[in-house]
Design a protein around this ligand. Structure first.
Ligand code: SF4
Length: 441
């Protein structure tokens, strides 16, 4: 059978798609690039914001036409499946299967059942362990890989739907994680990104390695060159984890640390568990231990009750920290969450105006920060040939910045020393150098 898969959402979702692909490839399915040529179409869904949900429903409308014409089997997986459960059938009565994120390991059974014209639904949390332990296969050419270390979240930030769709925190055994990473390194993978909704609380309450201890073990894996992780909660950023950045040679100097708002009043309403000053203090500690660490973040504007003074506090925080990059969004009320019932809604116009102001500010800062790197020598992991020029390679610095640079193709997969010659709005241009010493920025 041929299948087509469409993904919405975050890196966890991307990684779930890799798992589904693995399960289907093992079972002899062939992946195709066009839904029209598929016997089965799977849509992996995201419900973190209203926009992703709207896009999903409009795609399903189009796929219904395909089903009518060609008899294609239609299935959904992921967060909307989990959120809606059986109620999804009222909105999409034509789907053949629906699996929550903890049930994706059942995708083959779901397709088999749908082929027999029996609809397959599973939203239980029972399979969490099974889905957590599926190891995606990657081609021999893979340089980078995601590795799930935990799923779910116990934080219940008041705006966030994740705990309702991904469930409570569950950590994967460290021995299994390390075994997978050793295998990946043996296959030639140079960089791993450890994935979890809140990796800082990995193994909280369990008798196994803590997250800093896990990082230290991963650092010892032969053949591996780089380690990254996402996402961290500022409140759970421990001193031990901060110290890892200065002490572990393979841990890249980049952290994604969402701050969400610069206003203590809004942070409290968001149930984030820290103040803006505490957030900045943690960053100071990080920078003291690792002075060229890059910091990226997420921020929400237009949260219920956010007034101009609160927004100004966010702007001030962004000016003070000068993030290397930032994802910012207008508040999007989500079903089940506490924030969706809070008074003090901010109008769409005001939220949008604030978002535009913040994004313009960050755009200028990002450009400045990239310009600051001109003349520096950095280590780049060459990932492939640049999309813009056949003569250039593309890769990332340890601080996660994209660099395009002239170098022979034989250097793909290698760590290359590059001098930055130009900083643009979102990327860098460089030239290969032979000097041993790099600035690692
Ligand atoms: S820590 Fe992240 S995933 Fe967990 S509830 Fe808060 S925003 Fe959602």
């Amino acid at each position: 059978m041929k299948y087509y898969i469409e993904n919405f959402g975050c890196q966890m979702n991307e990684h779930d798609v890799e798992k589904v692909n693995t399960l289907l490839h093992i079972a002899g399915f062939e992946q195709v690039r066009d839904a029209k040529g598929a016997d089965v179409v799977i849509v992996n869904t995201c419900c973190i914001r209203e926009k992703a949900e709207q896009k999903f429903y409009s795609l399903m409308g189009r796929l219904q036409g395909l089903k009518r014409k060609r008899g294609t089997l239609l299935g959904i997986t992921g967060c909307i499946a989990q959120l809606e459960k059986e109620a999804i059938l009222e909105k999409l009565p034509f789907i053949d299967f629906s699996l929550g994120p903890s049930s994706i390991h059942q995708v083959r059974e779901a397709i088999a059942s749908a082929s027999r014209k029996t609809r397959f639904l599973d939203f239980s949390d029972n399979g969490c362990k099974a889905s957590l332990y599926v190891r995606p296969q990657r081609g021999k050419e893979a340089i980078k890989a995601f590795v799930t270390i935990m799923k779910g979240c116990d934080n219940y930030c008041s705006y966030c739907i994740v705990p309702y769709v991904r469930g409570r925190e569950k950590s994967r055994d460290s021995a299994d994680i390390l075994d997978e990473i050793r295998y990946l390194a043996g296959e030639g993978v140079k960089e791993v990104t450890l994935l979890g909704q809140n990796v800082n609380s990995y193994n909280r309450g369990r008798e196994d390695l803590s997250f800093p201890e896990l990082l230290s073990k991963v650092n010892d894996v032969d053949g591996l060159e780089r380690i990254r992780f996402v996402t961290s909660h500022p409140r759970d950023l421990s001193r031990e984890l901060i110290d890892c950045f200065g002490n572990l040679a393979k841990l890249c100097e980049h952290i994604h640390l969402p701050f969400q708002s610069g206003s203590d009043k809004v942070l409290k309403a968001m149930n984030r568990g820290y103040t803006a000053a505490e957030y900045v203090e943690k960053l100071d500690r990080l920078k003291n231990g690792c002075n060229n660490i890059a910091v990226t973040a997420d921020c929400i504007v237009g949260f219920p009750g956010e007034d101009e003074k609160d927004f100004e506090a966010t702007v001030e925080l962004v000016k003070k920290v000068r993030f290397d990059g930032m994802f910012s969004f207008c508040f999007s009320p989500r079903k089940h969450t506490r924030a969706s019932t809070l008074p003090g809604a901010v109008s769409k116009e005001v939220a949008l105006r604030r978002l535009q102001e913040l994004q313009a500010l960050q755009k200028a800062i990002t450009r400045e920060r990239l310009k600051e790197l001109e003349g520096k020598k950095v280590e780049v992991l060459a990932e492939g040939v640049s999309k813009n020029s056949e003569e250039e390679l593309t890769g990332r610095t340890r601080t996660n910045k994209i660099v395009n640079f002239k170098a022979p193709r034989t250097l793909v997969r290698e760590l290359v020393e590059v001098e930055i010659v130009k900083g643009f709005a979102n990327s860098l241009r460089g030239a290969q150098v032979t000097r041993e010493e790099v600035d690692n920025v």
